[in-house]
Design a binder for this molecule. Structure first.
Ligand code: ADP
Length: 265
């Protein structure tokens, strides 16, 4: 449509139009490439445990048919692989549900301090298993944001679970909810661990789907590589910001910040 436009606009404007048009095409191509990449990654992640399951089934039907001890051991491994596939499918479904709601603004008024204390209680037994404690520092007034309760719980769950998984075993995890004054007051939810932390070159890519610093370690710990992508999507839908700070060797701090809900909202 550059032709008809030329009659009414200057050369400079036409050129700007062309540049914009090309930019649009590039971003469309980029989106398409990202989608294709995502499908390839997801398929690969599902195919690996599935191939292992099939291998064990064939062994059980053939060479290990009469071996009771091998059967018990193989069934345990197969259960683990099936659980891994289930976790992955659950995370993929969560991600697609959140994406489908991306254009809807959340409307419930939710107290982030309650969300944080509920999740600290839920995950404390897991922390204890690793000899860790989760310490919560919460404001004495409600910390209200406009949000979706289940999605905000999911942010708290993923961030605290990661701190327990990747933090220093026997160490501490600090969970904090605080109000930040300013022209637009904010509520900040942060999770700090004191584990090995994350090298700076990984930080910008951490919220990409399936991005992991160490794939083997993530799998060993039951990770899907989708946790932080889910967190980022929920934070965006809530018009919030996610900040990740880490000094290698000193631990990592993840902070999600949201506009405070006014009294009449
Ligand atoms: P995963 O399921 O692998 O845990 P996430 O999306 O939750 O996936 O996290 C992506 C990667 O970021 C993890 O595999 C891990 O390498 C790194 N990571 C996340 N949280 C922490 C943390 N608290 N300390 C160190 N590394 C972390």
């Amino acid at each position: 449509h550059i032709g008809p436009l030329q009659a009414d606009v200057s050369d400079a404007e036409v050129q700007a139009g062309v540049v914009l048009f090309f930019r649009d095409l590039t971003s469309a191509r980029r989106l398409e490439a990202m989608r294709a990449d995502f499908v390839a990654n997801a398929s690969h992640e599902l195919r690996t445990p599935l191939a292992s399951l099939l291998g064990f089934i064939e062994t059980l039907q053939g060479p290990a048919r009469e071996d009771v001890r091998a059967r018990e051991r193989f069934l345990d491994i197969m259960k683990g692989q099936a659980q891994r596939m289930k976790r992955l499918i659950d995370d993929l479904l969560s991600l697609s549900r959140i994406e489908m709601r991306a254009h809807l603004s959340p409307t419930q008024t939710v107290d982030l301090a309650t969300i944080a204390s509920q999740m600290v209680e839920t995950l404390s037994p897991l922390a204890r298993e690793r000899g860790m404690v989760i310490k919560a520092s919460l404001p004495n007034r409600p910390a209200l944001v406009l949000g979706d309760r289940d999605e905000l719980l999911r942010i708290a769950e993923n961030l605290i679970e990661n701190a327990v998984k990747y933090g220093e075993s026997g160490g501490r995890v600090d969970v904090e909810v605080a109000r930040i004054d300013g022209p637009v007051p904010q509520i900040a939810f942060s999770v700090q661990d004191y584990g090995p932390g994350i090298a700076p070159e990984h930080l910008p890519r951490l919220t990409e789907r399936f991005y992991r610093v160490d794939v083997v370690q993530s799998r060993d710990k039951g990770g899907t590589g989708l946790g932080l992508a889910i967190v980022k999507h929920i934070v965006n839908r809530h018009r919030g910001q996610l900040a990740i700070a880490s000094e290698p060797g000193q631990g990592a701090r993840f902070t999600a910040t949201f506009p405070e809900a006014g009294p009449r909202q």
